[in-house]
Write a protein that binds this ligand. Structure first.
Ligand code: HEM
Length: 483
């Protein structure tokens, strides 16, 4: 801000910012005091609706650098050359808490990344977990209602959380992950990121591939125990946010090594798991990670509200060479985010500095609406036009996907080794005995907050189906706590 006298919103100098204008000394306040009215009115409108999920977060700008040639798999221009750099903006978040909630909680972390590419902004809106609780978008509002405050008590209720999870056996894998050692990251810098869904890459020749993104933290994974987190959440509710900002301020730039698992399209139909099921991973033995990039965060936002609160990310923001898969969760998300942005920030949200393309310009015929900035000046706002308006490229961003059958509310096709418990059991069996002990302690602690026996028993039953030993030890631990 330039130096000079304090002014009103319209730039007139302010004589007194300490005393409002009154009718006589000690008399009532006058409506002609523009400064007072303006300040009170602006203050009343400082908040916009918080994100319905992932309300609490922190952001940073950075640089993505290509480290290996992936042009055989995608024609995305920002991935076209080893050494090529692209500006990025990331927003990390927790999921369930409201805007003022503490950072150090057991909850997935959001990992939203915007690449400002020369072919438009590409958003990868992932989490720090490779899987999710459910596999159909139609269940998302119900699921989130159980994570948020109960309509009667106004509090988060363990009964609701575990009622839903225990009745949704497909959540067993993600819940096992969440209550394990990685469930409470020490900071946003010390966690991995995942695109989670399967996405499509397609190359210059028109070949398509299914891919899953991985971001491996170069800081090493560090987590908090439940007891450490409980202490920290009280002592410093902003722990993650503060840690990220300070690291960047002192030049200790966090970075992630970026890779993809790549599945040739022809292998999808017969793969042992449904490759579009978000509750499952692709074991690395089946599809190893191909490392191709480095993400470094190196600049803090100057204004948290403008750049973090008003930032928008959407899984539907693709660029040529990258596209969606038929994952039913992803398909629902392709609608939900743009809709949320229009409600939360407004129809011109994508024109704000943090959201607009940085390496190209948006050329659309959309106009006007709340807070339109007039950027198109007098240009024609229709197509076709004979005034040199923008033109279509006749080349789809992604390759078509073969479909068959009739319409209907169908479950996704099941594959040979699909079931809701196999990968949760595999995860449990991968853990050391100390890791299992902590997992069971965390689960038992949470389950002991549930008031109804039938919910507790049903929940334990799911873990028993994942692994007999898992179920047995959990049952004993819950009994010991609940008496
Ligand atoms: C069908 C399932 C889902 C729906 C309907 C949904 C919907 C939403 C909505 C409405 C928002 C708020 C957006 C905003 O106000 O800007 C949001 C935020 C977010 N979601 Fe989802 N979500 C779903 C599943 C997922 C999954 C599976 C992931 C991760 C793999 C995820 C990651 C995120 C992240 C990281 C944010 C925060 C974005 C930001 O930083 O601005 N969501 N989600």
């Amino acid at each position: 801000m330039t130096q000079g006298p304090l002014t009103t919103e319209t730039g007139a100098p302010v004589a007194d910012n300490q005393n409002s204008e009154t009718a006589g000394v000690g008399g009532p306040v006058l409506v002609q005091d523009q400064l007072l009215l303006e300040k009170l009115a602006h203050f009343n409108r400082e908040r916009i609706p918080e994100r319905v999920v992932h309300a609490r977060g922190a952001g940073a700008y950075g640089t993505f650098t290509v480290t290996a040639d992936v042009t055989g798999y995608t024609r995305a221009a920002f991935l076209s050359e080893v050494g090529k750099e692209t500006e990025t903006f990331i927003r990390f978040s927790t999921v369930a808490g409201n805007l003022g909630a503490a950072d150090a909680v057991r909850d997935p972390r959001g990992f939203s990344l915007k690449f400002y590419t020369e072919e438009g902004n590409y958003d990868l809106v992932g989490n720090n977990t490779p899987v999710f609780f459910i596999k159909d978008a139609v269940k998302f509002p119900d699921f989130i209602h159980t994570q948020k405050r109960d309509p009667y008590t106004g509090s988060t209720e363990m009964d609701n959380v575990w009622d839903f999870w225990s009745l949704s056996p497909e959540s067993t894998h993600q819940v096992t992950w969440l209550f394990g050692d990685r469930g409470i990251p020490a900071s946003y810098r010390h966690m991995d990121g995942f695109g989670s869904h399967t996405y499509q890459w397609n190359n210059e020749a028109g070949d398509a591939f299914w891919v899953k993104y991985h971001f491996k933290t170069d800081q090493g994974v560090k987590s908090l125990t439940q007891a450490e987190a409980d202490r920290l959440a009280g002592a410093d509710p902003d722990s993650h946010q503060r840690d990220l900002r300070r690291a960047i301020e002192r030049g200790d730039f966090p970075s992630w090594t970026v890779g993809v698992q790549i599945m040739p399209v022809a292998e999808a139909a017969t793969y042992r798991f449904n490759p579009f099921d978000l509750t499952k991973v692709w074991p690395h033995a089946d599809y190893p990670i191909v490392w191709f990039g480095k993400l470094e965060l190196n600049r803090n936002p100057e204004n948290v509200f403008a750049e973090v609160e008003q930032s928008i990310f959407s899984p539907a923001h693709f660029v040529p060479g990258i596209g969606p898969s038929p994952d039913k969760m992803l398909q629902g998300r392709l609608f939900a985010y743009g809709d949320a942005h229009r409600y939360r920030v407004g129809i011109n949200a994508d024109q704000l500095p943090v959201n607009r393309p940085h390496a190209t310009v948006a050329r659309t015929h959309s106009r006007d609406g709340h807070l339109y900035d007039g950027r198109h000046k007098g240009a024609k706002n229709y197509e076709p036009n004979s005034f040199g308006g923008p033109f279509q490229t006749d080349r789809a961003l992604w390759q078509p996907v073969a479909v068959s059958g009739v319409t209907g509310e169908t479950e996704a096709p099941s594959h040979a080794e699909d079931d809701d418990f196999v990968q949760a059991g595999n995860l449990y069996r991968l853990m050391t005995d100390e890791e299992r002990e902590r997992l069971i302690g965390n689960l038992a602690g949470a389950l002991s907050g549930v008031s109804r026996d039938d919910i507790v028993e049903r929940a334990i039953g799911n873990f028993r189906q994942a692994d007999g030993d898992f179920g047995k030890r959990l049952e004993a631990a819950v009994q010991a706590l609940r008496g």
